[in-house]
Ligand binder design. Structure first.
Ligand SMILES: *Cc1c(COP(=O)(O)O)cnc(C)c1O
Length: 374
């Protein structure tokens, strides 16, 4: 059997081990140190817009802290894009708050601004005005930033921007990860860059970043002994892992280009084919890192048949994220929408998208596609 072709696998740049070695040489084997500071500076510099970055142990931890920073408490309602990875929604439950799920629109597959407004109007009329909106750039495709921001501002509700999949993407020339009142990034193993596991919170002020770091390091008050007046968390990133991140930041733009080339391979392949659409930027305002390339087929059956055909050749593919309102753990919560995300889930498939796929890998994928669609 030939080697497995993965959907998205880690792709090291080369300097990661240099930064790790520095951590060992200086004995900074801790969740703080020069690599943590350096990695934060690298991301701040990359994102621009004068943001402040706190490196954390995961993107999930970052969403949890974002909710805490926005004052989300028990029984508060928080709107969340339904079509996403469960980590976008789980921290709402960690806070004993209540998720309200909102459907996608057809162009970017992200939160539908109309359904968002319906949800806000409905909940507000019932005395449960939502306290925050969690919106996602799925597969690296920016959501409709201006439309979502207009609705959020109209009702004065803060946005948590889940940019876990979208480092390197931008909207109207501004980097994803800078559009939220608070934003988050992920550096898990399969993301566009990785620290093996890690994440970050992106804030607009130094004070909010410092509050996040305080909470992420057990909320220790200023005192010679250990004094606590708040519940804290152990959510900081390891200085060893941050070293991987520094090396990865050096190759981020190159990896975005490679993922975009991979996406172009699928766009070209399917351009002559009726009944298969590739997720693409709806206009020049949108610039996707194309973390994952995804297609929509004609039916659930055809989607499954293609997935199995690829699997039989040791090529990984995966159905799109199953919407949260259809997940057994979340079915009891409210959902606002018209079925767009469910339809996408039924017919959609993510294809191998890594920045490290070879010409031979692409040929193996092409052979399976040719046989399937002939
Ligand atoms: C990966 C991911 C997360 C969670 O990030 P971790 O670092 O794995 O905790 C959150 N939201 C989305 C959309 C993701 O893809």
């Amino acid at each position: 059997m030939s080697n497995k072709i993965w959907l998205s696998s880690p792709h090291m740049g080369g300097n990661e081990q240099k930064y790790i070695q520095e951590a060992f040489a200086e004995n900074w084997i801790a969740p703080l140190g020069p690599n943590v500071n350096g990695f934060e500076k690298d991301i701040e510099h990359y994102l621009k817009e004068g943001v402040f970055v706190a490196a954390l142990s995961s993107g999930t931890a970052a969403i949890h802290l974002a909710l805490i920073l926005l004052g989300i408490e028990k029984d508060d309602e928080v709107i969340c894009q339904s079509m996403t990875f469960s980590a976008s929604a789980n921290p709402i439950i960690y806070q004993n708050a209540t998720p309200v799920f909102v459907d996608s629109e057809k162009e970017t597959w992200n939160m539908c601004p109309k359904a968002l407004e319906e949800a806000i109007i409905d909940r507000t009329a019932k005395g449960k005005k939502p306290k925050a909106i969690i919106v996602v750039h799925l597969y690296g495709m920016p959501y409709k930033v201006d439309e979502i921001r207009a609705v959020a501002d109209k009702y004065n509700i803060p946005i948590i921007e889940d940019s876990a999949e979208a480092l390197g993407s931008s909207y109207k020339g501004q980097k994803c990860g800078t559009f939220g009142d608070v934003s988050i990034l992920s550096f898990n193993g399969n993301k566009i860059i990785t620290t093996s596991g890690g994440g970050a919170l992106v804030t607009k002020t130094k004070a909010i970043k410092e509050k996040a770091v305080f909470l992420a390091t057990q909320a220790r008050d200023a005192a010679p002994h250990y004094e606590h007046s708040q519940i804290g968390y152990n959510y900081r990133l390891s200085n060893v892992c941050a070293g991987i991140g520094r090396g990865q930041m050096e190759v981020l733009d190159e990896h975005v280009q490679l993922r975009r080339t991979m996406n172009q391979f699928y766009v070209n392949y399917f351009s002559k084919m009726d009944g298969v659409t590739v997720l693409q930027e709806p206009s020049v305002d949108f610039y996707s890192n194309h973390w994952l390339s995804a297609i929509v087929l004609q039916s659930y059956e055809q989607r499954e048949a293609l997935r199995l055909a690829l699997e039989s050749e040791n090529i990984e593919s995966r159905p799109l994220w199953k919407p949260m309102h259809l997940q057994p753990v979340f079915t009891k919560y409210l959902f606002f929408g018209n079925g767009t995300s469910e339809d996408l889930f039924n017919r959609g498939l993510c294809l191998p998208s890594g920045s490290n796929l070879s010409v031979a890998d692409k040929n193996r994928i092409r052979v399976v596609l040719d046989a399937f669609f002939k």
